[in-house]
Ligand binder design. Structure first.
Ligand code: PAP
Length: 329
């Protein structure tokens, strides 16, 4: 790709994929995409061809280790935020005396906690991850049923963050339009909403994604922590402490007294992160501008874009699909 081409091209491209992926595509159901021209349904989830390529590669080649931590989200559930927090927790002793050298000040959380299918296995080369020191921190948008087998077998920890479906949808719609804007026209909200309510959204259906991990968290609470964006916004300190406990790096007495938790919460807050140059004008290796990951970071912003009827429709569909799961969103 030449620098003059729009960065979004990487996502929109339907070439530059492996032969295995190319052979698979014609057999898969497909629909019009939100960001890429089309979405294909593979193992129940909807993805763009370029990402399917990454999914196939990480399913085949990624070898999880017991000490790994995997952050999992449906797109636009607060991934960037939780990546930052996750990075801070096991690494906090390293930077406690030199906060001005903290990697989060100069690097995107997406580079510090890389996505499997969207970064590490995004290109044609298979990365060698064996020499990374533990705990290795990775992220994925893959639903539970599509995780690489070694993730399920290894005993590694999974942190799942979910977000209210209406806010997730609105955030995704904005993001899609942002990525599309340089290459094609915008996509109307009503059109995306129809697709979302049919389950056709990137890595969707949304409800299957959330339910899969909710169920896993009930069955294996020591392995899967289920978090909600809204709870984290309401009381980040409590959830950061719980997360540290879950990861096996609890805060000590001294840290609880000296404001370490508050420091992490502050450093990872929307206000702090969105002010950093790296998040205002940087670019990820996959081409996206880092500023597109920081819009508002608010709870309930959907009311500014959707009618009451639209909101009720999303609630109805999601509740119907999750009926009996015990989960209310
Ligand atoms: P991804 O799943 O594609 O990686 P993700 O980080 O989940 O993206 O989505 C960005 C959303 O998280 C944006 O929500 P909004 O569109 O409703 O505003 C973004 O503003 C929000 N976000 C990013 N950083 C933070 C943060 N530090 N605290 C709270 N929300 C954040």
């Amino acid at each position: 790709m030449t620098p003059s081409q729009p960065s979004q091209a990487k996502y929109l491209r339907e070439d530059d994929i492996s032969q295995k992926c190319r052979d698979l595509l014609p057999s898969l159901p497909h629909e019009k995409g939100w960001i890429s021209p089309s979405l294909y349904q593979y193992q129940g989830l909807w993805v763009a061809p370029k990402l399917l390529n990454g999914i196939l590669a990480c399913q085949e080649h990624f070898r999880a280790q017991e000490t790994d931590v995997l952050l999992i989200t449906a797109p636009k559930s607060g991934t960037t935020w939780l990546k930052a927090i996750l990075f801070c927790l096991p690494n906090r002793a390293k930077y406690s005396g030199s906060m001005q050298q903290h990697p989060l000040l100069t690097q995107s959380p997406h580079d510090l906690v890389p996505f499997l299918e969207l970064k590490l296995y995004f290109g044609q080369e298979i990365p060698n991850l064996t020499s990374l020191p533990p705990p290795r921190l990775f992220a994925t948008h893959l639903p539970y049923q599509s995780l690489p087998q070694s993730v399920k077998d290894s005993g590694c920890k999974l942190v799942y963050l979910c977000r209210n479906p209406k806010d997730t949808f609105v955030s995704l719609w904005h993001f899609a339009n942002k990525l599309r804007s340089k290459t094609t026209s915008g996509i109307p909200l009503a059109e995306c909403l129809d697709a979302f309510c049919r389950g056709v959204s990137p890595f969707g259906p949304y409800w299957d994604h959330v339910q899969g991990y909710y169920k896993a968290s009930l069955e294996m609470p020591e392995r899967v922590q289920f978090l909600r964006y809204e709870d984290m916004i309401e009381d980040p300190q409590v959830h950061v402490k719980r997360l540290a406990d879950f990861l096996g790096c609890p805060f000590g007495e001294q840290e609880l007294r000296d404001g370490t938790v508050d420091g992490i919460v502050r450093m990872c807050s929307f206000d702090s992160m969105s002010m950093l140059e790296v998040n205002k004008s940087g670019k990820l290796s996959t081409g996206q501008e880092t500023e597109s990951y920081f819009r508002k970071g608010e709870v309930g912003d959907w009311v500014n874009y959707m009618s009451v009827e639209m909101g009720e429709r999303v609630d109805r569909v999601v509740q119907e699909k999750m009926d009996g799961s015990g989960l209310k969103l």
